[in-house]
Design a protein around this ligand. Structure first.
Ligand SMILES: Cc1cc2nc3c(=O)[nH]c(=O)nc-3n(C[C@H](O)[C@H](O)[C@H](O)COP(=O)(O)OP(=O)(O)OC[C@H]3O[C@@H](n4cnc5c(N)ncnc54)[C@H](O)[C@@H]3O)c2cc1C
Length: 417
């Protein structure tokens, strides 16, 4: 097979990429999806809160997926379900298997949009045996929303990210007793709206600076031990408290599904995805990334926007309408910033502004986001506060960087007092 643009994954990022690549003039677009439906993780997120900026409407996950899939299908692209990609090489050949067998495909551009995976009990070295009743939030969501099965009657949630918060509400609405949510950080890792709507509205307690220090039970979970932690996240002795429960739901983080690019030794960004430029292209020409495979997003709207950008530049590259220039500016996360994208700028296409996405390391009060080019401040944005749980998006006028080279460092300086 030969295609202009190959896309791995048919979640929001893959669908938006396919839509945009076709709109931009790619003659052939092939999407490989290892599952059997379009929309990815959106299909199990039956709550509302999707699409507020992309569609200017509040939709549920499946509604967002259906709308985006319809728009992409109308543009026309080839699709293989049950297709798992096995390899990618620098000479632009991919191999995959589906129910018809093994295939090889040559492409001009590829977009990695394979989403993310959940950290498991092993990944956080949860003490105790791997017994029934300990499951990830995504698994619990699948049990409930796909199969109509309640994962437990007395549930406890570890991790206050959005998935954990949403599951606290969902389990409560389905008749389970949610005894609490424990969070190892001194602040919640979820969106503020989710803390109010999913915990406060149902009087579910949130235990900050707390973790699970033991799990009890032989075949099935019977209880957990909670302990307080200090600033270094070490357990403080004599703070233990036992909670009887039959399900422990782990909402302890997502990791970009980036192994295929790791095999090509594509440099990583600070969020464990791949380093990309302002057009979502990695350091390997013609290799792009978008969505949770690039960095984990809170909002699908940003995922879809990234897919639109990746699709557009992948199509232009495939059509020989875009030849990337050399890297002009390296972008670095400075003080207070945990990660920042893009990782470098080519500045080869003049636009009104450049978008930067970042998260802060800690809860920050009023201060200023500083953009320093080769040590000199070129742009400042005052912010009332910033939270690590919320991804920030800021635009910087292109004119400030036009024709420049060197290192751009972005940092957050908290205002005194
Ligand atoms: C529980 C939960 C609640 C959320 N709540 C909100 C909300 O309220 N509002 C909001 O805006 N956003 C929310 N989000 C975020 C948003 O929905 C996601 O960030 C977004 O949908 C991710 O899209 P994606 O395409 O990057 O990844 P995914 O949706 O994960 O899609 C990746 C696709 O790639 C496929 N794939 C993986 N590996 C391979 C392979 N090797 N070969 C072929 N295919 C492969 C997968 O099967 C999948 O279909 C939520 C997310 C979750 C998990």
């Amino acid at each position: 097979m030969k295609v202009d643009v190959l896309i791995v994954g048919a979640g929001a990022a893959g669908l938006a990429s396919a839509y945009s690549a076709k709109k931009e003039g790619a003659k052939s677009v092939l999407v490989l999806e290892k599952g059997d439906s379009l929309g990815g993780i959106l299909n199990q997120c039956i709550h509302s809160g999707f699409g507020l900026s992309f569609y200017k409407e509040e939709l549920t996950g499946p509604e967002f997926a259906e709308r985006l899939a319809k728009e992409a299908l109308e543009e026309g692209f080839d699709l293989r379900f049950g297709a798992s990609i096995l390899s990618l090489t620098k000479d632009k050949t991919a191999t995959f298997i589906d129910k018809e067998g093994f295939h090889e495909v040559q492409f001009k551009s590829v977009i990695l949009a394979a989403g993310s995976y959940e950290r498991s009990a092993g990944a956080i070295a949860l003490p105790g045996a791997r017994i029934a009743g300990v499951l990830t939030a995504g698994q619990a969501q699948q049990y409930l929303n796909y199969y109509g099965l309640l994962p437990g009657k007395r549930c406890f949630i570890l991790g206050s990210g959005d998935i954990g918060l949403i599951m606290a509400r969902r389990l409560t609405l389905e008749g389970a007793k949610v005894l609490g949510v424990a969070e190892i950080c001194p602040y919640s890792n979820g969106l503020r709206r989710n803390i109010v709507q999913c915990l406060d509205d149902f009087s579910i307690p949130l235990y900050l600076s707390t973790t699970v220090s033991k799990v009890f039970g032989t075949n099935r979970l019977e209880g957990i031990e909670l302990s307080k932690v200090n600033e270094k996240k070490e357990i403080i002795p004599n703070t233990e408290k036992v909670v009887e429960c039959d399900a422990l739901i782990l909402s302890v983080g997502l990791i970009p599904n980036n192994q295929l690019y790791d095999l090509l030794q594509i440099r990583r960004n600070g969020a464990r995805g791949s380093a990309v430029d302002e057009h979502n292209m990695t350091e390997l020409e013609g290799f792009f990334a978008a969505g949770n495979a690039l960095h984990v997003h809170d909002l699908v709207d940003h995922v879809a926007e990234e897919g639109i950008s990746a699709g557009k530049w992948a199509a232009r590259y495939a059509n020989n309408e875009y030849l990337p220039s050399k890297k002009k500016i390296e972008v670095r996360a400075g003080e207070g910033i945990s990660y920042l994208l893009p990782s470098y700028l080519r500045l080869d296409q003049e636009e009104e502004s450049l978008s930067f996405l970042f998260r802060v390391k800690n809860v920050e009060g009023a201060g200023t986001v500083l953009y320093r080019l080769n040590g000199e401040i070129i742009h400042k944005v005052n912010r009332p506060f910033l939270l690590p749980s919320e991804m920030e998006k800021e635009k910087v006028p292109f004119s400030l960087l036009k024709g420049k080279e060197g290192v751009l460092e972005v940092s957050y300086q908290r205002r005194e007092g």
